[in-house]
Design a protein around this ligand. Sequence first.
Ligand SMILES: Cc1ncc(COP(=O)(O)O)c(C=O)c1O
Length: 472
Amino acid sequence: MDGTSLILNSAERTRAAELLARFTDSYENSLTSRPIAPDADRETLAKLLAEPFPEEGLGVEAFFADVVDRLVPYTTTIAHPRFLAYVQGPPNGIGAYAEAIAAVLNQNCNLWQISPAANVIERSVMDWLTGLFAMGPASGGILTSGGSGATKDAITTAIANRRPDFRERGLQENRAPLVLYTSDEAHRSVVKAATLLGIGLANVRAIPTDAHFQLRVDLLTRAIAEDRAAGKEPFCVVATAGTVTTGSIDPIGPIADLCEKENLWLHVDGAYGALFVLADSTRDALLPLSRADSVTLDPHKLLFAPLEAGALLVKDMAKLRAAFAFSSSSSYLTAIDDAHLLDYMDHGPQLSRSFKALKVWAALRTFGVGTFRSVTERCLTLANRLGAHIAAAPGLELMNPVTLTAVCVRMPGRTAEAHAELLTRLHEEGTAMLGPAKVNGQPCVRACVTNHRTTEADIDLLANRLTALAAL
Ligand SMILES: Cc1ncc(COP(=O)(O)O)c(C=O)c1O
């Protein structure tokens, strides 16, 4: 390897490709026998951290050896069929290759002139996503780092829409405080975004939910009236389609009616749930998202794109542009109204942007939309199977209606520590990785089937083990 060059020569490229192929193959073939959670002791990790970078490069072989010997043993096996923690699944099979190609091409998806094909591909992905909800002819959107980023950009757009002089005056001046409404089951990214944008925690209302963990529209209506009476300025409701703990879908239709009447921006956080619009059994519950001004969804969840790929969908691209386009920095050649010549830098906070759309486009073309319809339906079926097992099991309580794929389970009468120990035991013995949760103030454990590799046998194994451990 030439000490002054950052280019691999032909032999090195061939070797790197061989090593990569060997790595991906052996990783795939060993998935089910790998520990789900790594045994990452502090000392080993400290050694990795402490090692200085060499002055002279170690070369391609050494890099792959490091990955195999020193990194992989301390990684979590997200692709294990019984990784059922949080809302995360294994990447689809083409994702790694699409990522590699995106890195080779290294398109900067900010101005259409410097990434023409990439920008059109992003547009085609966004058109497909908005089309799933029939969001209308002016709709569109942008790929983001994830759901949290998309929601922050949505609230930014809502503020700019409410206060057209927001750019000049900010929120610093002495005006009626803007108030944002969400539910007490909303993801923390909503409150985080609102506070980062200067709304202030005191102006974020967490409206209580009903017995099915859905936002109570009667209490929302009352809160809006009270805030108006107190001289505040309601501006935005963030409803959730697929709450992070229980997978509940807020009553989007009635909330949309209220937002229309009250002239409020409706954002729907569908990071977890929106893409269940692909599954026959949940499509109708999610189609009302078409009424939202903006929607968050996550291709890195249910399209199984490798991290990171979130998306913000908006009903009116002009509003997104009004929030994010700064004319002084816009391209001198910009043709902003042409779908084929879109400058994404004018539709979000980033200038340099990676070619995230390639991995989404690649998956849709490689596997076909029908495969994603089947896979999402299958995740729902498996979650229902787990829910039915738990409901019938002695010593276990099913804590939520299984609306999507989240299943919360409690051992009645047992402490929070006992539930934490249950989680540790399950992953130490290699049964499954679940996450912690609290439902109705009760500690429980939570399985979320957003995993295209999970099978009926995995679900039955987990259910039987949970039943056995609860009986100890
Ligand atoms: C309902 C909901 N909203 C937002 C998020 C955050 O998404 P991300 O991790 O992509 O930022 C999640 C993540 O699980 C979620 O479930």
